[in-house]
Design a protein around this ligand. Structure first.
Ligand SMILES: [Zn+2]
Length: 481
């Protein structure tokens, strides 16, 4: 394909013929339409897609008319859901809309500051908005940090027919992966229950106590009554070579709008750009539902280093290859883009190892490899998500007597995650935070679906009903681990 093809369902973005045509398309279609089309395009390859599955619609934006020059727009009501509103040419309207988007993400302080410090602070509509935000702020409830759940995913299956094709990898994908359709349903279900995404760094923060010691303290998360904070992470965002051709994105890139997005290689000639994995799909969802993200929070994105990160072959073993230098440059740029957009980055160890089991020499080498090959690209990180959930200690608090903890601590890690299927497990030690994470994959959902018939307890009931989410394209039963 060497041209653009655009219809009501599919937006094909060609890599070769580009800039001018693309800009024309952007102008013509508008960002909102584009966002909807990209998402629809994302599901182009789900051949057995559930026909009832709602494709995210490209709702036309609400346009508020420009006020007359004599009226700065103070009488225009600004709808609360400003995520889908374009205000045309009204300074006050635009200001209110901006404040409203910030307030939708629960940052009432910043919304109030923005209005108070503006040149329109004395306008009645601005004063009204300030007092409304102040009133909401005073009704916020402090979240119980110890009850915050953490869910995680791997790379999302974008093409079910390729992932579940009966080849060797199929069973593994069926167990540990989540399909894009399932992910979108999970977001919607959790959103409807009142879940709000927070950062790991919102749960606890490092500070200096009165004796000058560096300590970890629980954070303060303030949300309206009924809202439930949760953390999300994604493991192995490396797009490993073995996944190629199996229906996954191929790498992450910086989109034209400055936000992270994905490439998906379909065949030798065709590479599509769009929402082909968790990062852009979650960006799309928050764009539509700004109240799903607390103060701009995004998920934690974790990498190993033995192949490289984000689909770029940045590991030392590729040094000297034709693409190595360029890949390192691009990977660093995408990592920075993720950080700039609120994503937290994390280690998943360098070699995807059992960090609690391997011998200490290997443990040290692996941690050093992480620092040399990945930190050097993405900057220091302080979160580690243990591969296989294999923790370096049992439930007892970490101490410096544990040489693995000491080694990770000196390497800069402060937030440590194992895997635990209970709704929440958090331990805030003197100088670290530890949290259990829950896999929302085919295996876990199948366990919930078969729970009653096998006399087990459902583990996901606080989040959603697995039957409502489970992709009908999955072969069943999902194999035992
Ligand atoms: Zn992993």
């Amino acid at each position: 394909m060497d041209r653009y093809e655009y219809d009501s369902h599919h937006l094909w973005i060609q890599r070769r013929r580009r800039r001018q045509k693309r800009q024309r398309l952007l102008l013509a279609a508008g960002c909102f339409l584009l966002a909807g089309a990209c998402t629809a395009g994302a599901f182009l390859f789900q051949k057995n897609q559930d026909p009832a599955r709602p494709v995210r619609s490209s709702q036309p934006p609400i346009v508020i008319e420009a006020p007359s020059p004599n009226n700065p727009g103070t009488e225009n009501p600004v709808p609360k859901d400003s995520g889908s509103v374009i205000i045309v040419d009204s300074p006050v309207g635009r200001l209110l809309s901006e404040a409203d988007t910030i307030a939708a993400g629960y940052d009432y302080d910043r919304a109030i500051d923005l209005l108070k410090n503006s040149e329109y602070a004395s306008e009645p509509s601005i004063a009204e908005a300030i007092s409304a935000y102040e009133s909401t702020r005073s009704s916020l409830v402090k979240a119980k940090i110890g009850e915050i759940t953490h869910v995680f995913f791997h790379s999302l299956v974008m093409d079910n027919s390729k992932a579940f094709d009966g080849e060797d990898d199929s069973d593994g994908y069926n167990q540990v992966m989540t399909t894009a359709g399932e992910f979108e349903k999970i977001l919607q279900a959790m959103y409807e229950k009142g879940y709000v995404l927070v950062r790991m760094h919102d749960l606890a923060y490092e500070t200096t106590d009165e004796n000058g010691n560096t300590v970890m303290k629980p954070g303060t998360i303030l949300l309206p009554e009924g809202k439930i904070p949760f953390v999300m992470s994604q493991d192995d965002v490396c797009y490993y070579p073995y996944m190629s051709g199996d229906g996954f994105a191929t790498r992450m890139i910086v989109g034209e709008d400055g936000k992270p997005t994905c490439e998906m290689k379909i065949d030798e000639e065709t590479t599509l750009v769009g929402s082909y994995d968790l990062v852009p799909l979650l960006e799309d969802f928050i764009q539509q539902h700004p109240d799903f993200s607390y103060k701009g929070a995004r998920a934690v994105i974790a990498f190993t280093g033995y192949e490289g990160i984000l689909g770029y072959r940045t590991a030392d073993k590729y040094a000297g290859s034709e693409t190595y230098e360029q890949d390192r440059k691009e990977a660093a740029r995408v990592a920075q883009c993720l950080k700039d957009n609120g994503w937290e980055l994390a280690s998943h160890s360098w070699g995807h190892l059992m960090m609690g089991e391997i011998d200490m020499d290997r443990f040290r080498t692996d941690t050093d490899n992480w620092e040399n090959q990945v930190d050097s690209l993405i900057g220091p990180v302080d979160i580690i998500l243990y591969p296989f959930g294999n923790d370096i200690n049992d439930w007892h608090p970490y101490t410096f007597e544990n040489e693995r903890f000491s080694y990770l601590y000196q390497a800069g890690f402060r937030y440590f995650c194992n895997v635990d299927s209970n709704p929440h497990w958090i331990q805030i030690g003197d100088n670290y935070l530890r949290q259990g994470r829950r896999n929302l994959d085919g295996y876990r959902m199948w366990k919930d679906i078969t729970a009653e018939s096998e006399g087990r307890e459902r583990k996901l009931a606080d989040l959603f009903r697995a039957e409502d989410i489970f992709d009908p394209d999955r072969p069943t039963p999902v194999p035992e681990m």
